[in-house]
Each structure stands twice: as C-alpha cells, then as structure tokens.
Ligand binder design. Structure first.
Ligand SMILES: Nc1ncnc2c1ncn2[C@@H]1O[C@H](COP(=O)(O)OP(=O)(O)O)[C@@H](O)[C@H]1O
Ligand SMILES: [Mg+2]
Length: 289
C-alpha cells in the first residue's frame, strides 16, 4: 500500500520548481460572484508543501467554489491564485490582466488533482480503465505504461484486486478510492478533496479516510473540505473555518477546535457535536428521548 513513495513527483522534492518553503498554493484577496451573489469575499490562504489543510464551514459558505477556483474549474473575478508561483487563469501584459489561453491554464493547473463528492467514474469502463483514461488521452502514455501506472495507483488505494471490476460492482467507498487513484495517477503535487466521504454510507467512510491519511503521511500536499471533524483534528496541520465567503478562523486543529472563541465557529461546532455526540451523553440520555 505504498506506491506513493515510488511516485516520481508526489512526495519527492526534486520534482518541484519552487524553492523549498515557498507555498505550493497562494491565494490573495480572492473574490468570486455568481450574478448578484458574492460567494468569495476576499480569501487569503497559503498551503505549504506537504501541508494538510482541512476546510470546514456551513453549507453555502463558498467551500466548493474556493476549491473549484484552485483547480481552474471556475473563473474568479479578483485577486490572485498562484500555483507553485504561477498565476492561474490570467496572464499579465503591460500591467493589464488578460484571461489566459486554455492551454496555459491547463499547464499551470496540471499538478492539481481533485476528488469530488460524487465519484464521477465512467460506468462503461473498469476500475483500471477509469484510472488509465486520462493517462492515455491527456498524458499520451503508451497503453503498457498507462496500465502499469494505473495498477500501481489501484494498489496504493488497496484495490489492486479490483482492476477488472466495473463501478456498478463496487461499493461507494471502493468507487471513491478508484477516483482517488485516478487523480493520483496524474502525479499531482497537491490534491484537493471536496467532501470526499459525504456521499458514502457511514460504514464506508473509514476506508476512504484511511487512504487519505496514508497520502498525508507520505507527504502529499492536501486541501480537504470535510465534515469529518475527527479526521481534521487528527490529520490536518491547519484548519480553516469558512463563513460567508471569508476565512473567519484558521489555525492548528487544537486552536480551532478547543479555543473556538469566534461565535459563528462555536455555533457551527456546537451543531456538529449535538448531532454526533449522543453516545457521549450516555445511552440513558438517548433512551429518555
Ligand atoms: N454555478 C453557480 N451558479 C450560481 N450560484 C452558485 C454556483 N455555484 C455555487 N453557487 C452559490 O454560491 C454559494 C456557495 O456555494 P458553494 O461554494 O457550493 O458552498 P459550499 O461548498 O460551502 O456549500 C451558494 O450560495 C451557492 O448557491
Ligand atoms: Mg460544497
């Protein structure tokens, strides 16, 4: 379960162009509106190499939009998104900003991998086929090379034995692990996860979090939007609480979860704990309801 360590550009520093210590992703005053609604209202953040950042916050606060801007799946209106030092989505000519050509955008974002809540696997392709697809079409690897790398990635997520299975024969947890393998196969320098376990039955959440934990241990840089507070508390280097399009609080998990002084954050966490803490109050308490 450790092909990540052998990947040429995930955890090894030699493959990076940016100097050590420079942020892999740097966001300054990011603003994004959909029509009348300003969804991101000035986001600043940095993600360093090998850092794991968990992003929490209420529904509609702009978490998905933020990740989508980092992956160039969404344009942004103002501010900077820099991936390994390079401005994403725009180029600057004579002090003026113009929208970059698609080829240029693809080049800057090629080291950003993304995993979604819905796994988005091709139903007519096997697990192996799904992982190979972009290697063939985007990276133009030979079939042999693509198959070799895809098999290694399936092994990384513990699914070496499921290469021939179609998505309909896989559990949700297995499908999401295939989706993670598919993203890893592109040798990203950073992985973005948007609520990767929210569509799963509760008993399947653990196997996906386990894979993500292993990735973090192997040095992958990660930004994870999640409601799994236990995961955030144990795995994140930094937790960011987004509220109404701004990062309202950020810090080490201990600071964010234990010293939550900010009223909106305290309310958000309280709701979460109320929903999840029935056992901690004791079974008697539950039976009385
Ligand atoms: N493509 C879109 N067009 C219009 N409004 C959108 C679009 N995507 C998101 N929004 C709106 O932006 C706000 C933030 O959405 P989102 O980033 O998905 O929040 P979160 O992921 O935190 O739940 C919501 O009010 C949502 O309705
Ligand atoms: Mg979302």
């Amino acid at each position: 379960m450790n092909a990540i360590a052998d990947m040429p550009s995930s955890a090894s520093t030699a493959a990076f162009d940016t100097p050590p210590g420079a942020p892999l992703i740097e966001v300054r005053d990011l603003k994004k509106r959909f029509g009348e609604v300003e969804v991101l209202r000035g986001v600043d953040l940095e993600i360093a190499r090998s850092e794991v950042v968990c992003i929490i916050g209420p529904s509609g606060s702009g978490k998905s939009t933020l990740l989508r801007c980092l992956a160039a799946l969404e344009t942004y209106d103002q501010g900077d998104v820099r991936i390994e030092g390079e401005l994403l989505g725009y180029s600057e000519r004579n002090g003026k900003r113009v929208r970059a050509a698609q080829g240029e955008i693809n080049r800057v974002r090629r080291n950003v991998g993304m995993v979604f809540q819905q796994f988005n696997l091709w139903p007519h392709m096997t697990a192996l086929g799904n992982v190979m697809e972009a290697l063939l079409r985007v990276r133009h690897l030979s079939r042999d090379e693509a198959r070799r790398r895809a098999n290694a990635m399936l092994e990384t997520v513990g699914l070496a034995h499921k290469g021939d299975a179609y998505p309909s024969k896989l559990s949700g947890g297995q499908q999401q692990r295939v989706a993670i393998a598919r993203a890893l196969a592109m040798e990203p320098h950073i992985m973005l996860f948007d609520e990767p376990t929210s569509a799963l039955d509760p008993e399947l959440v653990g196997e996906v979090l386990q894979v993500m934990k292993q990735l973090a241990r192997d040095g992958m840089t990660m930004a994870v939007v999640t409601h799994e507070m236990g995961f955030a508390a144990r795995v994140a280097d930094k937790v960011m609480f987004i509220d109404q399009g701004r990062i309202a609080v950020q810090g080490k998990p201990r600071e964010v979860f234990h010293d939550a002084g900010q009223p909106r954050l305290r309310q958000f966490l309280q709701n979460y704990f109320d929903r999840n803490a029935f056992w901690a109050r004791g079974p008697d308490d539950v039976e009385q309801r």
